[in-house]
Design a protein. Structure first.
Length: 355
């Protein structure tokens, strides 16, 4: 009897162990299957992420952007950096130029889509191209200064002297002529204006002649002060302009774009303007960091940029406010000399309005 019970117990135990093993085998198989499914999901998610990332990159618009070495390019340095790090909404292929005529040639030929140019030159181009460019925003207000080692306290002290500057046919020339005429000084008879092709040439002329008087924008004035001991800022054209009759402001630079490119890429252009505004805000609030980016993009060395940025009058003005400020400035130039703005004032289509 005991032997029979023992046999039954043994059979029961073996059956139980077999059932348990089968259960574990099934669980193991289910676990492997679950792991396999989890792995497949992870692979698919990774694939989807990569595809989305690829789609995001491919949806970006390539924009050929030009700027002048100086305040306009300083205001763009954060955007340049974001673009290089693939953090911008568009792909910006940017180029920095020394002289306005280089930029004008490129944008007229279609080799640039957007470009920073002197304010009056934008109006001239609008007339010459029969409306094939638009102005997007103001990027720089008054940034011109008279400097020398001499004791010059007013424009009257410039009579009989020579002023070395650049920007013939652009904002610097017309701004200087305007303030001189408004102050009772004939720019063609009472003094001599010696034009150089680039700001760097002006700095070189100043270094060669310690008695020279120059008109320079920032940051080139700060560069000059590092090369010429005792050089001082005598007059600010902005301060003089603001004291003259009328309600116009001195506007140095604007951003323009080809009309056909703008019409075909309005979303991309609007994104550019948003990023441009943020870049300007960043530069004005984070001078030290912006100065490092200035050196990175070979605009001016970081120590110079850090000193100069507060005097560069870098702004971002767009929309209705841009039209109000810029049209008043262009009207001031037109009243002085119509050819300064291309013979006539631009119409409404000149001013870009975000859709």
């Amino acid at each position: 009897m005991k032997k029979k019970l023992y046999s039954l117990f043994t059979i029961f135990l073996i059956s139980t162990l077999m059932l348990t093993a089968c259960g574990q085998g099934a669980n193991s198989a289910n676990s492997k299957e679950n792991n396999k499914n989890t792995a497949n999901v992870a692979v698919n998610n990774k694939k989807d992420t990569e595809e989305n990332k690829s789609t995001d990159q491919s949806s970006k618009v390539d924009i050929k952007l030009g700027a002048l070495k100086g305040p306009t390019s300083l205001g763009l340095v954060k955007l340049f950096d974001d673009s290089d790090n693939k953090n911008a909404s568009n792909n910006y292929n940017f180029e920095i130029f020394n002289a306005p005529d280089e930029v004008v040639t490129k944008i007229v030929k279609g080799e640039l889509d957007l470009a920073a140019v002197p304010a009056n030159l934008a109006a001239v181009l609008y007339q010459k191209t029969q409306g094939k460019i638009k102005v997007l925003n103001i990027n720089t207000l008054g940034v011109l200064y008279i400097a020398s080692k001499q004791d010059i306290k007013s424009l009257d002290d410039l009579k009989g002297k020579t002023i070395i500057t650049s920007g013939k046919g652009a904002t610097p020339e017309y701004a200087l002529r305007y303030v001189l005429k408004q102050s009772g000084i004939d720019p063609d008879k009472d003094l001599t204006i010696d034009f150089k092709s680039e700001h760097t040439e002006v700095v070189g002329a100043l270094a060669a002649d310690e008695n020279a008087i120059v008109m320079l924008p920032e940051p080139f004035l700060t560069v000059a002060k590092t090369k010429v001991q005792g050089l001082k800022t005598n007059l600010s054209l902005t301060d003089i302009w603001d004291k003259l009759p009328g309600d116009s402001q001195l506007v140095t630079g604007v951003m323009i774009g080809r009309s056909d490119f703008i019409d075909e890429n309005k979303d991309a252009v609007n994104s550019f303007l948003e990023e441009y505004k943020k870049s300007v805000e960043y530069v004005n609030k984070n001078t030290e960091e912006a100065a490092k980016l200035s050196e990175k993009y070979d605009i001016v060395k970081a120590p110079i940029a850090q000193k100069a940025i507060p005097s560069c009058n870098i702004h971002f003005v767009s929309g209705d406010e841009m039209q109000k400020v810029l049209s008043a400035y262009l009207k001031t130039l037109f009243d002085q000399d119509p050819k300064a703005v291309g013979g006539k004032l631009p119409d409404e289509n000149f001013y870009y309005k975000e859709a």
